[in-house]
Ligand binder design. Structure first.
Ligand SMILES: Nc1nc2c(ncn2[C@@H]2O[C@H](COP(=O)(O)OP(=O)(O)OP(=O)(O)O)[C@@H](O)[C@H]2O)c(=O)[nH]1
Ligand SMILES: [Mg+2]
Length: 181
């Protein structure tokens, strides 16, 4: 393990099947996109994994598809599930409206923003296909986690490495990004 590693964070990516959770992760980690991507991880038969999946997470990315209204409508269910299984209530939440490259949009940016504000979440619109907002979504979430006292320190494994104290206020780094927490 690299000695420079400060801490390891557990970040969940949740949301309805097909909204692009795997694609967003793949774009962020590998900078690739597969238009034919089809996986089965979101299927109902894997639901028994739920409690351990949620345990100890410091952050969550809740994804909906801006071209499918039902994926937006079902966000409330995901928040309820989060509340049920999450072991901590200070976890940082990021709402991501994905697939903004598509021209059949069904959910306005303002609706996403309003939902995020109501539920005390960060918000960004994104496209795993075009890269829009993807890096920003992950980075802003991590930054917010690191700014939250008590949320991540306990996961440091005595490496004797300290994060520097200076917090740089970044301005305009993420177009359209709205910090709400
Ligand atoms: N146009 C467009 N298509 C996308 C985007 N993100 C994902 N897709 C496509 O949407 C489909 C579903 O994406 P996945 O990443 O598999 O969705 P998922 O949320 O992981 O789905 P489950 O694992 O079943 O829960 C795939 O065909 C992707 O190529 C995007 O930003 N734009
Ligand atoms: Mg998936």
């Amino acid at each position: 393990m690299d000695d420079d590693v400060l801490t390891t964070l557990k970040i969940l990516i949740i949301g309805e099947s097909g909204v692009g959770k795997s694609s967003l992760l793949l774009r962020f980690t590998d900078d690739t996109f597969d238009p034919e991507l089809a996986d089965t991880a979101g299927q109902e038969r894997f639901r028994t994994l739920t409690p351990s999946y949620y345990r100890g997470a410091q952050g969550v990315i809740l994804v909906y598809d801006v071209s499918k209204r039902d994926t937006f409508t079902k966000l409330e269910n995901w928040l309820n599930e989060l509340e049920t299984y999450c072991t901590r209530n200070d976890l940082v939440k990021m709402l991501v409206g994905n697939k903004i490259d598509k021209d059949n949009r069904e959910v306005d940016r303002n609706e996403g923003l309003k939902f995020a504000r109501k539920h005390n979440m960060l918000f960004i619109e994104a496209s795993a296909k075009t890269r829009d907002g993807v890096q920003c979504a992950f980075e802003e979430l991590v930054e917010k986690i690191l700014q939250t006292p008590g949320l991540w320190e306990s996961s440091i494994q005595n490496h004797g490495v300290q994060l520097s104290d200076h917090e740089q206020q970044r301005q305009g780094a993420c177009g359209g990004y709205c910090s709400l927490v």
